[in-house]
Design a protein. Structure first.
Length: 183
């Protein structure tokens, strides 16, 4: 338990140093986003953290939980950052679960472009809200504008089940212990 807390503190300190490593507000080379433009910090808890500074990547493994404007849970998480040390994109692999505004998404893989807020879910993706459910082969949505595109793929079809009289138990949509409860 102590090791877990130490790792949590180290990860938070490391990510804070990445996010605030430069006092300038120069534009990020990768996407033209001003440094420091992200309102919420990205906080990640995991069993293991591997850093490849030369490759601009940090890999988290084992019961990964990431929080920003959403909660993202997975078996593994790859965090890529630009030369300016800003996190540019995140790739979640294995047993991916996402909670945002009471909506729960599940997939085998998720890619999040932090600069534009686009999340792409693949490998049996679905989104559930209350008793409604949408399933496709690829789901793309923007966490900022809350727009979505659900694709059926080659010969596949999109399925939406919209129930009358929404039954919201709220159980999956509760933030507390979301990653542990949805495993």
């Amino acid at each position: 338990m102590l090791l877990y807390r130490v790792l949590t503190v180290l990860v938070t300190v490391f990510l804070a140093s990445i996010a605030f490593s430069s006092p300038s507000l120069a534009k990020d080379i990768a996407g033209g986003v001003e440094r420091g433009a992200f309102k919420k910090p990205l906080t990640i808890d995991a069993s293991v953290m591997e850093v490849d500074k030369g490759g601009g990547k940090v890999v988290f493994k084992g019961d990964v939980e990431a929080r920003e404007t959403f909660i993202l849970c997975s078996d593994e998480l790859h965090v890529h950052y630009s030369e300016g040390q800003d996190v540019t994109d995140i790739i979640a692999i294995g047993n991916v679960r996402l909670l945002k505004d009471g909506k729960v998404a599940r997939a085998g893989r998720a890619t999040y472009g932090r600069l534009d807020g686009t999340m792409v879910l693949t490998e049996n993706p679905s989104i559930t809200q209350c008793s409604d459910k949408v399933v496709g082969t690829k789901i793309t949505f923007n966490v900022n504008s809350e727009t979505a595109l659900i694709e059926g793929g080659k010969g596949g079809r999109v399925r939406a089940v919209i129930m009358p009289g929404k039954e919201c138990t709220g159980e999956d949509g509760i933030e507390e212990d979301f990653c542990k409860r949805t495993r």
